[in-house]
Design a protein around this ligand. Structure first.
Ligand SMILES: [Mg+2]
Length: 371
């Protein structure tokens, strides 16, 4: 077993992928997604991490984090994580910095696992067991035909739950929200759960009223009924509806989680590309576990998959349309679910390999120059 290796440097690249049609949730619309990819080198090995973030994250990786990790022990990603958090104290560890730390942390875990020639899951002490996923997308921009097509596609993978966006136009189209939920409810039948995500589009009173309609439709998951910044509001909605109230996708670390799991959510979402990578994920999950709250992976299913089997109280991962599409384009080694489950790869690292030609094709331009 290797006992010495040093992080020689980081390479960072931003790539932008257009959506396959107009997309929106309750509060935001978009037509592309940018991925910031970090590659960490040591002893002829390369570890790869990434985050779904603006290209500005490139500057944070190069300007703030590379000086911290360069020359460090490549077999000690936890120590590098702690050093990155300390170095970011004044800049803050949420938002873009949290995304940057996440991408570097994952690159360093992948590097460490490849240096040891073991899967990341094994390095973290997890079994190579399959993990349940649920279908996620159902954008408010979709017409009936497109929504049916997408949900039918997920059902073909054997998922046991599907999630659509509601809260359209900041809660101003509740009738259409409920019609779309009814459409999906009828399509999936009684054995598949229907989840909804309002992305903070309702206020508290409206979320309670919509929530009782969702209860009548058998919806079991009501994500961000109000802004996830409103911990009291989440708790009020939680006490009023039968569906699980869920939030947490913006968590940047254990302190955030500790505040949220006191009384505001039935299940905590964690995003491995925002919470501090695999190190941050495990710390956040441990805090939720201490409060008896289960966790669910937010977006980025292929990046979350390696850490999932090592996670206490894991419920499932989100098989999110945009991120699945990008990962399956950008990497070799991203399979589709079988019987609603994904299996960690039995390969060194996270088992995904960048397609260099796709990186070159989608490289984002910054101010007229490319990196
Ligand atoms: Mg969400």
């Amino acid at each position: 077993m290797r006992t010495e290796a040093v992080v020689e440097g980081l390479r960072v690249t931003a790539c932008t992928f257009s959506t396959d049609g107009p997309e929106a949730d309750g509060t935001v619309s978009w037509d592309s997604t940018t991925v910031v990819i970090v590659e960490a080198q040591s002893s002829g090995c390369v570890g790869t991490g990434w985050t779904f973030a603006p290209a500005a994250v490139e500057n944070i990786v190069i300007g703030l984090l590379e000086p911290v990790v360069q020359g460090r022990d490549a077999l000690a990603p936890v120590a590098a994580h702690t050093a990155m958090r300390v170095a970011s104290r004044n800049a803050g560890t949420a938002g873009l910095v949290g995304m940057a730390i996440s991408a570097v942390d994952i690159a360093l875990w992948d590097l460490c696992a490849r240096l040891h020639y073991v899967p990341v899951t094994r390095l973290l002490g997890g079994p190579l067991s399959e993990v349940e996923v649920y279908g996620s997308g159902g954008f408010t921009t979709y017409d009936q035909e497109r929504l049916d097509e997408q949900v039918s596609n997920w059902l073909g993978f054997g998922v046991r739950a599907v999630k659509i966006k509601i809260g359209e136009s900041w809660g101003h189209r509740v009738g259409r929200d409920l019609d779309r939920v009814r459409q999906v409810r009828e399509l999936v039948g009684g054995d598949v759960e229907v989840f909804t995500d309002a992305n903070g589009g309702y206020d508290v009173g409206q979320a309670r009223r919509v929530g009782s309609e969702l209860d009548e439709l058998g919806v079991t998951w009501f994500e961000e009924p109000v802004s996830s910044d409103d911990l009291d509001g989440l708790a009020v909605v939680r006490s009023a509806v039968r569906a699980d109230v869920v939030a947490g996708e913006y968590a940047d670390g254990p302190s955030y989680v500790e505040r949220m799991v006191r009384r505001s959510v039935d299940c905590l979402q964690i995003d491995v590309t925002r919470c501090g990578g695999y190190t941050g994920w495990l710390r956040c999950a441990a805090v939720a576990h201490a409060r008896g709250v289960e966790v669910s992976g937010h977006c980025a299913p292929y990046l979350t998959l390696p850490v999932a089997p090592a996670t206490p109280g894991l419920r499932h991962l989100e098989y999110f349309h945009d991120h699945v599409r990008i990962a399956r384009t950008l990497f070799d080694g991203a399979p589709v679910p079988v019987a609603g489950r994904l299996a960690p790869r039995q390969l060194p690292g996270h088992g995904l390999t960048l397609r260099r030609s796709v990186v070159d094709e989608h490289r984002a331009s910054r101010g007229g120059r490319t990196r």
